[in-house]
Design a protein around this ligand. Sequence first.
Ligand code: ADP
Ligand code: ADP
Ligand code: ADP
Length: 213
Amino acid sequence: KRLILIGPPGSGKGTQSPIIKDEYCLCHLATGDMLRAAVAAKTPLGVKAKEAMDKGELVSDDLVVGIIDEAMKKPSCQKGFILDGFPRTVVQAQKLDEMLGKQGVKVDKVLNFAIDDAVLEERITGRWIHPSSGRTYHTKFAPPKVAGVDDVTGEPLIQRKDDTAAVLKSRLEAFHRQTEPVIDYYSKKGIVANLHAEKPPKEVTVEVEKVLS
Ligand code: ADP
Ligand code: ADP
Ligand code: ADP
């Protein structure tokens, strides 16, 4: 399957995507993760992306379209993929359609993680991440067995620099202004499935499975 996950920061995209990936054997491309890796490695891409990311603004369309174009060439992405955090603007959605059009394929479904803004601050400020695997924890909703430590590897967890209430505010503004129109773009094509993303994770997983079955 070729799937897109859209939702505001903290809506649960990263929590659900490994489950979808394991069940459907897709490649998982998260532009946020790729950009953070580039920033950490101080590559030319990372240097260009850092300022916007620190402020909670979107990185330019050209940069992200470039990394997605490159990543989608991987053999593991040929039969299907999950795009997590891309496209985030209508221009990115149009570019993606062009890329897929050249291969004669289309997006099958867009999962819209619908949720009220009010819930997101608590989710974002309590988020802890194991950077190398992408595993996500939450101090209250999904605590690790030992505080600050990954359950599987025993390695330390980190908090994202942009996971503060102040930066979340800009990220939500960017979402409403630039990314919500992407949902309309795909609604017109009749491929959007709306999820109740405020529900507990297991219930969201059940909804995802219903949509994909
Ligand atoms: P996104 O990838 O959409 O930004 P995450 O999946 O990283 O969001 O989730 C943000 C935080 O909220 C994480 O700490 C995660 O453990 C927690 N979380 C994810 N889904 C739920 C849920 N359905 N209910 C409560 N907390 C959740
Ligand atoms: P979230 O948890 O908010 O959904 P991500 O990890 O997907 O966050 O993205 C983190 C940051 O990376 C964004 O605030 C933005 O600066 C940048 N970013 C990620 N994906 C894109 C994209 N498709 N277009 C532009 N900027 C992006
Ligand atoms: P129980 O304690 O009955 O086994 P759950 O494990 O489903 O119940 O969790 C109870 C509540 O904790 C859920 O309603 C949900 O909001 C929250 N929760 C459980 N697992 C997670 C998770 N991985 N991420 C975020 N919140 C969670």
